[in-house]
Design a protein around this ligand. Sequence first.
Ligand code: FES
Ligand SMILES: [Fe+2]
Length: 383
Amino acid sequence: MAVALEVGRETAPVTPLGNRAYTDPAFFRAELDRLWGKSWVCLGFAHEVPEPGHVHPVSLGGKPLLLVRDHAGTLRVFWNVCRHRGMQLVSAPERLAGVIRCPYHSWCYALEGALKVTPHVGGPGLNIDPAIDRAVLGLVPVRTAEWLGCVFVDLSGAAPSFAEHVAPLARRWADFADRPLHAGGTDCSFALEVGTNWKLAVENYCESYHLPWVHPGLNSYSRLEDHYTIIEAGFAGQGTLAYRPLLAADGGRLPAFTGLPETWTEGAEYVALYPNLLLGVHKDHTFALRLEPLAADRTREHVAIWFADPAALQPQHAGLRQRLAALWREVFEEDIGVVEGMQQGRHADAFDGGVFSPVMDAATAAFHGWITKRYRETGLHGD
Ligand code: FES
Ligand SMILES: [Fe+2]
């Protein structure tokens, strides 16, 4: 099979970003407000609130948000803040029996957001007050979308529609996009804290150039030459023509999606959906790394793995599930040294952004093309 190299409209020559875009705390804050705050970004995973009543607090660059599964089963996202005096409402994931109760003065909100109870607000024993109009003091909702098991938000409420945002990748991965996915248990969900700027995690994920030296294990069966570059509007990454599912001692394997085209028999793809979601799809599982920016030089990577078939969650597959999770964890941990090393390198006055190999770094260059355009649109300068 020929190596497919797709060239999208974001491959125009770009100048690599300078050090300041990775190291300057003020630039980091501005980037969060102007780029992250005005784009669709991944906030979490749908299975983090599996049942009605589940609430899951999340921080997006220090901004407190709350994933909620309401009584009807709809996933909602609100600002995690009480409309009274601004107390953070929920500090840890839990399953609520009824309402969301503020721990400060016990104002209570329905899972759908409406303010229901305001105890003693008009004086002892008076739970209403003419000055407090509950009807306009519900939780503040955030524009939300769900796709491939992931939850996205647009804090500005003004970005183009999510359907438009995800359309190119949804088209490319139509074989996967509308299928039910089955989240693995706790062993398939972990987080890594990494001493790097979030962009270096994206850049490293996009390219397979580093495979022989950073991932010798992976490279032994999915070699550099088995990979091809993917560049489209809104995402970039790589694919492999040599995906080999794990085998159990008895030759068993995890069940695959049914009816997939033949290209996925040994094919798998890995792309970064800008800005912060690193995805992988295979015939028997998908995974995601959600990048949570903590500081200019710190990023938390939240990993989740989903399976193609609910049978994969049965006890007889526990060994394969754990091996798969361990394999990906090892690969992602192997990347930590290089993204942290690049972060350190960006304190070198002599480093001018470096150079891109037109062949091996094309996906990284495409990401820089995308982000440079976003910086320009929002008045940020990354040089
Ligand atoms: S701050 Fe929430 S009830 Fe007062
Ligand atoms: Fe890697």
